[in-house]
Design a protein. Structure first.
Length: 336
């Protein structure tokens, strides 16, 4: 147990919980610069947290105090394991359900603190922040073909690219191939300036952004020149056999059924393939069936293929993004 509870949390008549932490250095990191981590927890849970030496005093509604204790507990455990805390980590644990009791020793929060799933890349260690993300990362390494389906901001593409980088630097694959359907949403490619690369690169930018998070920029450029990393529109995959490669198809909801079949059958010896998409953001013309939807109906249960789903609770962008997604989902449920 990372702290001593000086005021019993079970007694709801006690107006505060006092937590005493043994390692003052870790407590400083737990609080954050200018106590910004504590402020984030206070704002989210409508708590007041006061620091007194190596103690934290939690004041507020009983359930908020208990949740605050669980959140601080989980974050402190991460620090004890040598991991750092970022704002996204705090948001992730805040959105998790009931944490582990001291006796039970299980639960989402303990999984988060233990961070038993990690992806090593050249620049950073990537740790999934929710239970759904952990299951997804495990599937990326276990299955030859993995689907990640859910709303924007849930880490589907980011984690897939991180897994590909890891497999590449550990020698499990020789190259990475990242692709997206270049669906024209409002503008036609032909009217955009430049050559074909100039026209399609804006569609591919999220993939470049992810790569630059995991490799030094010069190394990314060198691997692109050497074709160890390829970033290309889905149409460029036709006629190829993708062997010994980690292949990602992003924004797969915008692939037609024929394009999806074409892409899935490119899988070659020694390769892994990941398909990511968001069914709520289909930009295909009216009447054109999404290849992602058809794959969902045809492929579950096929050996070697996994399907992982995300919800607004798995959003790792700004907390407001999760609330926006939930509002739209609620509206869709009413209209449906």
């Amino acid at each position: 147990m990372p702290h001593e509870v000086l005021s019993p949390p079970a007694d709801h008549d006690v107006p505060e919980i006092v937590l005493e932490y043994p390692d003052n250095r870790l407590l400083v990191e737990l609080c954050g610069e200018f106590d910004r981590n504590l402020s984030q927890v206070e704002h989210a849970l409508h708590l007041q947290i006061i620091r007194r030496g190596n103690q934290l005093v939690l004041m507020g509604e009983p359930q908020a105090r208990l949740k605050g204790m669980e959140v601080l507990d989980t974050l402190y455990l991460r620090l004890e394991k040598g991991q750092h805390i970022e704002p996204g980590d705090i948001d992730g644990v805040l959105r998790m359900g009931q944490g582990p009791s001291r006796e039970a020793g299980n639960g989402q929060m303990e999984m988060f603190a233990a961070s038993d799933v990690e992806i090593e890349t050249r620049k950073k260690t990537v740790r999934p922040r929710t239970e759904a993300q952990k299951a997804y990362v495990k599937a990326l390494f276990k299955h030859e073909l993995a689907f990640g389906i859910g709303p924007a901001g849930t880490g589907k593409t980011y984690l897939a690219v991180a897994a590909g980088v890891n497999m590449m630097i550990t020698g499990q694959v020789d190259k990475m191939i990242l692709s997206r359907p270049a669906v024209e949403a409002g503008e036609r490619l032909g009217f955009l300036p430049g050559d074909m690369k100039d026209k399609v690169d804006p569609y591919m930018q999220p993939l470049y952004d992810a790569l630059n998070d995991f490799f030094p920029a010069k190394q990314v450029q060198k691997m692109l020149e050497e074709k160890k990393i390829e970033i290309a529109p889905l149409a460029f995959m036709r006629g190829r056999t993708l062997s010994n490669a980690f292949v990602v198809l992003d924004e797969a909801q915008n692939a037609t059924t024929m394009q999806m079949k074409m892409f899935l059958t490119r899988l070659g010896e020694g390769s892994r393939m990941v398909i990511t998409g968001d069914r709520s953001q289909i930009d295909l013309p009216r009447g054109v069936t999404s290849g992602l939807r058809e794959a969902e109906s045809l492929l579950p249960g096929v050996e070697g293929i996994s399907f992982n789903y995300f919800t607004a609770k798995d959003v790792v962008r700004h907390p407001l993004v999760a609330r926006i997604i939930e509002a739209y989902d609620a509206a869709d449920a009413k209209s449906g």
